[in-house]
Write a new protein. Structure first.
Length: 109
């Protein structure tokens, strides 16, 4: 029989995996098409809000309301592209969207 601490670890790991897999599940972030006309707020809502919160207050992921005070546009774009810590790479976000989102987030100070 498996003890309670093992079950808690398994359940906790499953919750984290589900939460992380939910981050950025909107598809269609290519460099062409309608997504290029999306505002940074729309890109955030479609790709970031589930982990970082509706008001960028943080949830599963850290708060982003002052992320520009810590990272430059270039650094933010790299984090979106490659991921950082527990945040996976956001491959569904195309280059144009990533640049637009990074510029917008870099202004949050």
């Amino acid at each position: 029989m498996i003890n309670k601490s093992v079950w808690r670890s398994v359940l906790g790991g499953a919750v984290v995996m589900v939460a992380l897999s939910a981050c950025g599940q909107q598809q269609g972030g290519s460099d062409g098409g309608a997504s290029e006309t999306a505002s940074p707020k729309e890109i955030y809502a479609s790709n970031c809000m589930s982990c970082h919160g509706e008001k960028m207050e943080g949830s599963v992921g850290p708060a982003l309301d002052k992320v520009g005070a810590q990272y430059s546009k270039k650094e933010i774009a790299a984090i979106i592209q490659r991921g950082k810590g527990q945040m996976p790479a956001q491959n569904q976000v195309g280059n144009a969207e990533r640049d637009k989102l990074a510029a917008w987030l870099a202004k949050k100070k």
